[in-house]
Design a protein around this ligand. Structure first.
Ligand code: ATP
Length: 375
């Protein structure tokens, strides 16, 4: 007899009732296996998302306190744990190239909640040693944390040694001043650990010898940065919002971006309205500030890396009030007033079509400047 299985598209040749039941059971078992596979797949994807969420939470919210130890009768700091926050440029205008090769800029800087962890451990033997979680970063005098520690310890003849543990979370060579921020944290930490008594301004002066962004990283918060980065004017804190940060899988050298910037080719629209942006921040108008954001260096970096424009587009499509490249790139950030849109955009860049071009993505907030007595 010929039996047409209700589950199969081809006739099923049966020799009796038992075969028919067996076939149905097999079919049901097949469906069960499929559901199980789907179930496992869902659990796997959910776990991946949960893990990413936990990592993001760890990166953004993990807070450790300073540890102070007693040695004999003298109280001294043996271990300091600091957070070195990254920055984005809400505005970056390049005014001119100076005779010494440096560029004069006007930038609106903003600290964000994404940070590197810097641990300082006092040692009895003199000298500075560095260890880091990123194998490709230098651990000698080429690391900015080493430079910062050596600069202060040599100047003040500190007899103790220092071991620096650096855990990097801020994307490297990404336009977020990760290295400068680490150096600033070390300046602040060494000053505190060895009781050097330097003021914030004196730390900024020394920071400028390490890099143009270091003085700002000592200050933090919302600020206007002029000259080559050394003239700083603190601004009122930017109104809070969700900040989506995405770095494509490419690295960009700040030096080569400035070398390829031809000032004579720039048009008016390559220069963002920094005064308008500062005014909007002073008025606490987040949407206006977001609409005035701009970065002259996009003119060099975007033609070389069109994925930057694609990420900006995705952020604007998902409801960002503004999205631009930070510093010399390639990191792009978007500002979201609606937290739900920000989460949807994060999902799209992390798991959706954006994941083809985005290597690292973070959802965070602005970090606003702390009270000066903390330094
Ligand atoms: P900026 O926005 O100030 O231009 P960036 O984000 O583009 O900085 P960084 O991540 O600070 O770039 O580092 C640029 C280069 O500096 C790296 O290629 C790296 O080799 C070197 N470097 C030295 N010390 C550090 C550090 N502590 N963290 C990151 N990079 C460091």
């Amino acid at each position: 007899m010929e039996y047409h299985s209700p589950f199969a598209y081809v006739p099923y040749h049966s020799t009796g009732r038992f075969d028919c039941q067996r076939h149905i059971l097999l079919k049901l078992y097949g469906n069960f296996q499929k559901s199980l596979a789907l179930f496992y797949k869902k659990i796997f994807v959910d776990m991946r998302k949960a893990l990413a969420f936990l990592c993001a939470q760890y990166i953004i919210y993990n807070i450790q306190e300073t540890i102070v130890a007693m040695e004999g009768t003298e109280t001294m700091i043996k271990h300091l744990s600091l957070k070195a926050y990254g920055k984005v440029n809400l505005g970056l205008d390049v005014l001119r190239r100076r005779e010494d090769g440096y560029h004069e800029v006007r930038m609106v800087m903003q600290t964000v909640g994404l940070f590197d962890r810097v641990e300082l451990l006092c040692r009895d033997n003199p000298g500075v040693t560095v260890e880091t979680n990123l194998y490709y970063l230098p651990t000698n005098e080429n690391n900015l944390v080493y430079k910062a520690a050596a600069l202060l310890m040599n100047e003040f003849g500190v007899e103790h040694g220092l071991h620096i543990q650096l855990k990097k979370f801020i994307p490297v060579a990404a336009g977020m001043a990760g290295g400068s921020s680490d150096a600033a944290a070390v300046l602040v930490g060494v000053n505190k650990m060895f009781g050097l008594g330097l003021s914030m301004e004196q730390l900024q002066e020394r920071g400028l010898r390490i890099g143009a962004d270091v003085p700002y990283c000592v200050l933090r918060g919302t600020a206007l940065s002029e000259g080559v980065g050394e003239i700083l004017t603190p601004l009122p804190a930017m109104p809070q919002c969700r900040v989506l940060i995405a770095k494509p899988g490419i690295n960009v050298s700040t030096r080569s971006v400035y070398e390829n910037l031809h000032m004579e080719e720039l048009t008016e629209k390559d220069h963002p309205d920094i005064d308008g942006l500062v005014e909007a921040i002073r008025q606490g108008d987040l949407c206006r500030a977001a609409s005035l954001m701009g970065n002259t260096l996009e003119r060099v970096t975007i033609p070389a890396h069109p994925e930057i424009a694609a990420i900006k587009r995705m952020m604007l499509e998902t409801g960002a009030a503004g999205a631009i490249m930070s510093g010399s790139g390639p990191t792009v950030f978007g500002l979201y007033t609606n937290p739900k849109s920000a989460s949807t955009a994060y999902e799209r860049l992390r798991y959706g079509d954006g994941s083809r071009i985005v290597r690292q993505v973070y959802l965070t907030n602005f970090f606003n400047r702390r009270e000066p007595e903390e330094f």
